[in-house]
Design a binder for this molecule. Structure first.
Ligand code: GLU
Length: 615
């Protein structure tokens, strides 16, 4: 929890806001509950809590006061969590009443209170607090409020007694609710619990954390505990939007634009869903029952920080970071020259879409549009989620529907980097089973998926360039154009070696003394600083060689080459190579060097294409 960082412009702003309204003397402290009249009218605190748990506070942010009506939406949330919306809806509606908070506005036919923010609805909601007996219900209720705040909360016995002894109107409401069968049993019991819930002590800081919990989909950002399910959080915020600020609710949402709830002790809790919570404390109330300074401070905050929920022309950042074809970007496997030609010609059959950020309807919709528009030329579509922050349920559904659509059109769909997207995984497993998930997200990294797609492309285009087994000396890339005699001369100078899996054939930094032709298996190229978990920078397979670049410059090794499984290679020492000239085999030497140059040229071209496409 960060406190009073005076260097922050946000802290600075709050200080300014506090100074601006601290001298405002309008309004009067509530006295209809006699004990509330004791409140200090000068008390004034403002707090912002972000959805990642940062706190900015100013003034009397730690002064305790009774929560009063601000408990109503929180207890409504508890009732929803416990009984589900269907059941709760039989006891309390969600329509604004247009009448005062303590009005006796019940549906004439059913007796159901209009909403949980007026006292009648709140008492009905409180009667839904779970528990075997009074003591258990009390514990559950205070426990729920405490979990919103993130710590134990105090209780104002005097305010409780004061309200209990004078709350005749609330008592009348409770008995009326009993008459309509909205309350069962003795109405004094839920009524007492309601008086108690109103007398729980909070601070402006607590209100801000409670608000941030609602802004954070129901998970307390300070403790990390989930208090409400996201769908119940949405319901709570909805009634706060329409009914949270007494008879000022319409003007509030119009002017400030944040779901909020105020209480007669002078607190206001306001929520900007997805971003932050605000808590304000200042006891003098206006004629509608809202804190005068609280309303002014929230109005300024909303205007100056752009917090109005409905003033958001565009919050969605495009989900498509970049899109490429398999002709532009490559997996880790370095390809032989002939293979590179095939990939260059047919690589457009592989389409790669790299997504980022938060996937919601408006960000995923343009991606779906481009994938479908380009799918007719594709045989593989890779959707890379490695940079995605979150996939909402709508996007889970749309992505999977897209994969279905592609499959029906004969296109293979792959998701990479999806391992960390728990919601997406759950969604796929629920719809397709665990097997469906592993099929769609078979490859962890984009490079692996690309390699598999390239492999399929090379196989289908049955190019002579494609080799899928052992490669003897004659078919080695560096031996192109060698006569049988030259091959024999070369073979006589080579040593065949079998390496086990994980062998470092070449070590970065060591002296260069030979090169290798791979006959069977694969090797990975690793940079000096790569940890044991780091995948190779690139891989090489049969028909390709490594260690040959040093043939040109004789510099020490710049990378480590490790086998990725059992590997067989032919080793040519530079000593043997250097002797070719003297043994009358200068023509062989020239051909090898020419082939080396052409291999390097092809790789350079391919790398340049990739770099250009990433610009
Ligand atoms: N305990 C208070 C009552 O029922 C709460 C009123 C409020 O904060 O709106 O009168």
């Amino acid at each position: 929890m960060q406190k009073r960082d005076s260097t922050s412009p946000i802290q600075h702003y709050l200080q300014h806001l506090h100074d601006k309204y601290a001298r405002l003397e309008d309004g009067a402290v509530a006295t209809y509950i006699p004990e509330l009249g004791q409140a200090d009218p000068q008390g004034f605190g403002i707090v912002i809590a972000t959805v990642d748990g940062q706190i900015y506070e100013v003034g009397d942010s730690g002064t305790p006061f009774t929560i009063q009506s601000i408990s109503k939406p929180l207890v409504y949330g508890l009732a929803l969590e416990t009984h589900g919306h269907r059941h709760v809806a039989t006891r309390v509606g969600v329509e604004p009443s247009g009448e005062a908070f303590n009005s006796i506005s019940l549906d004439p036919a059913t007796g159901r209170p209009m909403n949980p923010m007026i006292n009648a609805g709140a008492i009905a909601t409180t009667s839904l607090v779970p528990g075997e007996d009074d003591a258990a219900r009390r514990l559950n209720l205070t426990g729920a409020l405490a979990s919103f705040a993130g710590h134990e909360l105090g209780f104002d016995q005097k305010v409780y007694e004061s309200e209990r002894d004078t709350g005749h109107r609330n008592r009348a409401i409770a008995h009326l609710l009993r008459n309509f069968g909205i309350l069962m049993g003795n109405p004094e019991e839920p009524l007492d619990l309601y008086f108690r819930q109103c007398s729980v002590l909070v601070t402006a800081r607590d209100l801000a954390v409670m608000a941030a919990t609602l802004a954070n989909g129901g998970t307390n950002p300070v403790t990390g505990r989930r208090i409400l399910q996201p769908h119940n959080t949405g319901r709570v915020l909805s009634v706060m939007t329409s009914c949270g600020m007494y008879d000022y609710s319409g003007a509030w949402i119009h002017n400030v634009g944040m779901p909020a709830k105020s209480g007669v002790a002078g607190g206001i809790l306001a929520v900007l869903p997805g971003q932050l919570g605000v808590g304000v404390y200042s006891p003098p109330l206006d004629s509608k029952g809202n804190s005068v300074r609280g309303v002014r401070a929230c109005t300024d905050l909303s205007r100056d920080f752009g917090l109005h929920l409905f003033n958001t022309p565009r919050v969605v950042t495009p989900a498509l970071k970049s899109s490429h074809t398999g002709a532009e970007i490559r997996g880790r496997r370095l390809r032989r020259r002939g293979e590179l030609d095939v990939l260059h010609r047919h690589g457009a059959e592989i389409r790669v879409y790299q997504l980022r950020g938060r996937l919601v309807f408006a960000s995923i919709e343009p991606v779906i549009r481009s994938v479908i528009a380009q799918a007719s030329a594709a045989t593989h579509v890779i959707l890379d989620l490695a940079r995605v922050v979150d996939v909402d349920p709508a996007s889970c559904r749309l992505l999977l529907d897209l994969a279905d659509h592609l499959r029906r059109a004969g296109v293979h769909a792959h998701f990479t980097g999806a391992g960390d997207q728990a919601a997406f995984r759950e969604y796929i497993e629920a719809r397709l089973s665990a097997e469906g998930w592993s099929r769609l997200a078979e490859h962890r990294h984009l490079a692996d998926a690309l390699e598999a797609c390239e492999h399929d492309l090379l196989r289908r285009h049955e190019s002579a360039a494609f080799v899928d087994g052992d490669v003897g000396l004659g078919d080695q890339e560096l031996c192109r154009g060698l006569t049988p005699g030259e091959l024999q001369d070369l073979a006589a100078r080579l040593v065949e070696i079998d390496f086990p899996a994980g062998a470092a054939v070449v070590e970065a930094g060591s002296a260069s003394d030979s090169m290798y032709f791979i006959e069977r298996g694969e090797v990975g190229i690793f940079l000096v600083n790569d940890g044991p978990e780091t995948p190779p920078l690139s891989t090489l397979g049969p028909g390709m060689s490594f260690g040959e670049v040093a043939l040109v410059d004789r510099d020490p090794r710049s990378a480590t080459v490790r086998t990725l499984g059992p590997m067989r290679a032919l080793r040519l020492s530079f000593e043997e190579f250097d002797r070719l000239e003297d043994s009358g085999l200068g023509h062989l030497r020239t051909k090898l060097v020419a082939n080396l140059a052409s291999v390097l040229a092809a790789r350079l071209r391919s790398a340049n294409r990739e770099i250009a496409s990433l610009r």
